[in-house]
Design a protein around this ligand. Sequence first.
Ligand SMILES: Cc1cc2nc3c(=O)[nH]c(=O)nc-3n(C[C@H](O)[C@H](O)[C@H](O)COP(=O)(O)O)c2cc1C
Length: 344
Amino acid sequence: MNVTQLILHRFDPERIHDQSVHFGSFIGKFKSLRWLLEKTFGFENDKLQVSLGNLDFPNPIGLAAGFDKNGEIVPVLQAIGFGFIEVGTVTPMAQPGNPKPRLFRLKTEKAVINRMGFNNNGVDSLVRSLAKVSKRVPVGINLGKNKSTEISKAAMDYVIGIEKAWEVADYFTVNVSSPNTADLRELQGEEFLKPLIDAVVEKREQLKIKTGQYKQIWLKIAPDLENSELEVICKAILESNIDALVISNTTTGRRQLSEKWKSEPGGLSGKPLFELSNNVLEQAGKLLKGNIPLIGVGGISSAEDVKTKMSLGASLVQIYTSLIFEGPGFVKALKKDLLNTQHN
Ligand SMILES: Cc1cc2nc3c(=O)[nH]c(=O)nc-3n(C[C@H](O)[C@H](O)[C@H](O)COP(=O)(O)O)c2cc1C
């Protein structure tokens, strides 16, 4: 390996991410190191608590899906102060995802483009990991379909996810919006969405009767929707027992980006997504009229951004890209700023 390759290799964003997860998984095994993390990054205040149905959140800042795909670092994520953690996306069978490179950091834009394609170790592995964790905040499992599953049979993959992960999940998110699995976003359309929702809700009812436990089901949608498409989604949700709508996943749009990145395929997250995801959040809020809780995701990089999402109707928020740029202390900083601005 020559020097250039070595540098590229060392600073390859996916490699950095994988190494962080390995490191986090190692740290998470030791009580003393978790304690140290918590001493450094932990910060809670009763004023930040939020309840949503049967779930209580110590604070409204959640980790968005895709960061801990296999549920390997939940103890560390708890220690750095997330109010809830969404692991996954997980699919019934393990799969490698798309060819590399597939993760790009856009430093100037404070954004990321990814086309990971649901690389994950499969739901059985995720369940084994989570079974070992002593949970202190709600842990949700984000579900997807395998690449090899035909779109017409996709509902079965989500049902398998719910059935297998039932015991270890506090809630499920049905992800129909990642742009990197061919056809997945079609599941948001009229033809597939209602049957998919009916199938997962029916499985939840069966398991509720069997176990006496209720698990919320959230639906995560794309920011690249026409009004008419959003209307279809909101109508389907109002007619069903979906517990919350997560808005949004990454965008396939490339507004405001330099030429260099315009043609890089994948989902764009971070700052350039903020306004777009807010527009969909606002629109969904109007259509749902407060009947379904909303989770605001996309481009959050300050407490002000969190408050903007909340003013548009979000009860909780999630972050991903800002964690990459700002590091683990960002969760504490956000919470402190949120509290300070609450007082003003
Ligand atoms: C590298 C990467 C991988 C992601 N993987 C997933 C995923 O597996 N499932 C999912 O629902 N969202 C995934 N997302 C989307 C995030 O959960 C989130 O919706 C999006 O990044 C917008 O939030 P942000 O601007 O704070 O990053 C991923 C995002 C990134 C950057």
